[in-house]
Every structure is written in structure tokens, then in C-alpha cells.
Design a protein around this ligand. Sequence first.
Ligand code: SF4
Length: 358
Amino acid sequence: MPENHRLFTKTLLDWYDPKARPLPWKGEDNPYFIWLSEIILQQTRVEQGRDYYIKFKEHYPTVHDLADAPEDELMKHWEGLGYYSRARNLHTAAKHISKELNGEFPDTYKDILALKGVGPYTAAAISSFAFNLPHAVVDGNVYRVLARYFGIDEPTDTTSGKKRFAQLADDLLNPKKPGIYNQAIMDFGATVCKPKAALCNTCPLRESCYAIANENVYDLPVKSKKLKKKTRHFHYLFLNKNEKVFIRKRVTNDIWRNLYETPLLETTPDGKLPEVLDIAFIESKTGYSGLRLVRCSKPFKQELTHRTIWARFYEVEVSDHFFLPENEGKEIERSEIRNFAFPKIIDCYLNDNSLYLF
Ligand code: SF4
């Protein structure tokens, strides 16, 4: 191992204090719980993921409990975390482990990687934390620490860049303590070598760090592409039939699959905010008749990784004879609406329906 690699790994392990950043999954060696925490933490802040992890552990203490959970219940527990494909994949993989592997969690990197929804990062985390296998984790924290310390300006989102960082991460891994090393570099990226306001003044790697010597801490790591976001405009119809309202499950291969929503009209963006639709337009587009518009909300916004969603909500009264085909909506008591899992933007509306335009 080159001297600067040895120095990096030793300094990091000397710095690491397992008690310094207590998290409910730290020190856990049950692969099922580690897997749960890692899936929850993908694309999620630690502070937000913590409560969900505790909730999932309580509701589904074994992989069999998770496998046997009704899908709607699972999605309801996941509600608010976003990236719902994670929940669907978690369920599929739990069923596979429960039914086909008799509840035995796979114990090799290759078999863990083969689980639905598990990528190289998660497989390395489970392999090293649960089975002490020598696989280095590489995530945003690791890219940042390595790019800055070793002065690597190769983009992290290209094939060759990914390969280079993965190779370096493997070289730096202490094979005798892979779990501790992985936890150390993740904690270091999260608490010292932070994206903004890195603690360079007190950093134990300061003396040998490339970025601090070259005054380019915040220029690293480099990405080649800037994400281009698409904007979508949704108009949600709350069709109120006395105390009832119509909801449906999103089943198409689009965002928020398997979550619930109310009947929806999507319009093409023209400017930043969705225009307010009039009732004649809504009737002509949906084919519904006898609608009486009571209120329309102000626009709500939700940012997803690849999309910006704008939505307006229309409270509409319909007659007692109004009905929808099964695939377009089913009637539920409005008081029961909280029993279903909705996308965050609908939740925001339900939590704050004072935001009416008229
Ligand atoms: S000195 Fe600053 S940039 Fe370098 S490793 Fe430490 S925190 Fe990161």
C-alpha cells in the first residue's frame, strides 16, 4: 500500500469514535436490520431516516413479517420518505428471502447484490457490517472525501471516474476491519469533510490534504452533467359526493407507483405555475358531467430528483348519482382518507387546505 494510502487509512481509523455519532443501526450485526437501514437511508437524510427505521423495526421485526405485510400497509408506513420504488423492491426482496431462502439472509457480496433494489454501495455496506467482508462503500460522502484528500478532479458520474474511485476505495480499505473502516469514512464525510462548511481547521487529515493545500476544497468533487429537470403540472380533483370522495391507486409505470391520488388532469407547462382550469375545460377533458367547482387551491410544489411537480387542488361537488369506472376511482369516506398513502404534495394539501385561491 502506498505511504499516503496507509496514512489516510490509519488517520481515519484513529479519528473514528463509534460512540461519537450514535445512530440506531450503528453496531448492528443483524443483516436484515442493516439492510432495512441502508435501503431507508438511500436518498434520505439520516435525521429523517432514523424514525422510519425505528418504525419499520417495530412493525416488521423479522424478514417474514415484512414479506407478509400487505402492500398498502407497507406503502403507508413508507409515506413521506419518497423514492417509493425502494419500498416496492424491499417488499419483493423480503418475499424472496422469506419464501425461497427460508428467511436466511444471503451472506456473500454477490448474493446480496442480487437482491432487488440492492446496488454496489448497499451490498458493500451489508457485507462489511454484517459479515465483515472486505468491500468498500462508495457513496457521495466517500467521493467527496477521496476527491478532496487525493486531489482527484475526474468527474464522479462517468464510467471511468466511478471505476477510479471504486478502485481507490478498495485499496484504502483495511481488510481486517472493513465494517469499522466503512463506518469511519461515512461518518467523516458526514461530520468533518462536509459538502459546505467543511471542518478543515480541525481536520486530522489537514496536513496531507491536497484540497486544503491547493485551496480548492469546494471545487471537489466534480460532476460532468448538470441534471436537467422536467416540469409537470397536475390538477387534482377532489370529487365530493356528500361525505365521500374518490381516490385511485397509481398503477402505471410513472412516478409514485402504488400510491394513492384523486382523479388527475395533467396539462402541459406554459410558464411556471399551472393555470387555473375552469369547470367546462375539466368536464370536456375528463368526460365527467354535473361538476360544481367549490374551491381551487393555490399551487403546491414538490421537487423530485428529475422533475419539478406543480399541483393545484380542486374541491368539486358531484351528485348522488355520480360514479366512476373502477380504474378511475373508488369511493371512500373523506374521514378515512388518512388510511391511504399519498404522494407528499397531496399530503401537504391535506395538511394545509387553508391555501385556497377561491
Ligand atoms: S482538510 Fe478539509 S478538505 Fe481536506 S479532508 Fe479535511 S475536511 Fe476534507
